[in-house]
Design a binder for this molecule. Structure first.
Ligand SMILES: [Zn+2]
Length: 313
């Protein structure tokens, strides 16, 4: 042994070969790392995007159709480059969320030198359908929480004559964004331009607009009704998307306050405005209940944007 190593040491050519060979292994190892990590990263991103797209596509079918939600999600994943059989979509027990798990076996290049031929890359995504947390364009009426029934008539703004037994001065009008009749009228005509959000932990307080506000109420609601020039005329069970007679109304906990005061926003509902009734000091606005934004059975509520979808990270 002693003699052999001595001979190698003496032979410069031999030692260079050993050093080069050792360096090659090291270099190839680094190359393996760099190239293969790049390939894996690329696949992870592609898979992740496919999973996100699939979850968002599938969640559109929730909470109504679990089977279709799964099928849609899986079809989207496949059309985004995930192999059939490498995607699994499942609707979670809450019925409002879908999780999409994707995977792909990625063959490795340089890492083969080190004995690694392939590896499995996975990516998950989850999306939920929410009761609407927030929306723009709300009408400035507060309807008190109730077990609303489709097609039934509800009062959105009371007349002093039938509601002011307590002398509270509140008839259902809300001061959204600003106080006063002009702003109130503008909010009836065009919907409140700001965004209202239901508070998660801290409740959202809306301010009431006390007073009968007969003039602006009449003008505003008549305007909304006249703006519907659809033929045949819209009704609560057959209306054109975005019809002016569809009012998105804040649902509030109670109207049992005195003067200009705060009420808690608990959700949103869509009402099809029927009429503004009364003359003089009698002024009542009624509408037929169409859908509740926080309901589990919303039908096609996304037709007018009361439902939100989100990707959960
Ligand atoms: Zn209409």
């Amino acid at each position: 042994m002693k003699q052999v190593s001595w001979r190698i040491m003496k032979n410069e050519k031999g030692s260079v070969i050993i050093i080069v060979a050792a360096a090659m292994v090291l270099l190839l190892g680094i190359a393996a790392l760099v190239v293969d990590v790049g390939v894996l990263f690329y696949n992870k991103v592609a898979l992740s995007n496919a999973a996100d797209a699939a979850a968002l596509a599938g969640v559109q079918e929730l909470p109504h159709d679990h089977t279709k939600a799964r099928e849609t999600a899986e079809a989207y994943a496949v059309s985004n480059g995930v192999e059939t059989g490498q995607v699994l979509a499942e609707v979670l027990p809450d019925g409002r969320s879908i999780r999409v798990a994707t995977s792909r076996v990625v063959p490795l290049g340089f890492a083969r030198i080190l004995g690694f031929y392939s590896t499995k890359v996975t990516a998950d995504a989850k999306a939920s359908v929410g009761s609407t947390k927030g929306l723009q364009g709300a009408a400035p009426f507060g309807v008190v929480e109730d077990d609303f029934v489709f097609g039934e008539i509800y009062t959105m703004k009371y007349s002093p004559r039938d509601s002011d037994e307590t002398g509270s001065g509140n008839f259902g009008a809300l001061a959204l964004g600003a106080r006063g009749a002009d702003n109130y009228l503008n909010n009836i005509k065009n919907g409140y331009s700001g965004r209202l959000e239901v508070g998660d932990e801290i409740p959202t307080i809306l301010e009431t607009e006390p007073g009968n506000m007969a003039g602006p109420t009449r003008t505003g609601v008549d305007f909304r009704i006249a703006e519907c020039d659809h033929e045949p005329k819209c009704t609560c069970d057959r209306f054109v998307k975005g019809c002016s007679r569809l009012l998105l109304v804040p649902i509030i906990d109670s109207l049992d306050v005195t003067g200009r005061n705060g009420v808690v926003l608990t959700g949103f509902a869509a009402f099809f405005v029927e009429e503004v009734a009364g003359v003089g000091n009698v002024c009542q606005v009624t509408g037929r209940f169409v859908r509740r934004a926080a309901d589990g059975d919303l039908g096609n509520i996304n037709d007018y944007g009361v439902v939100s979808y989100r990707l959960d990270s």
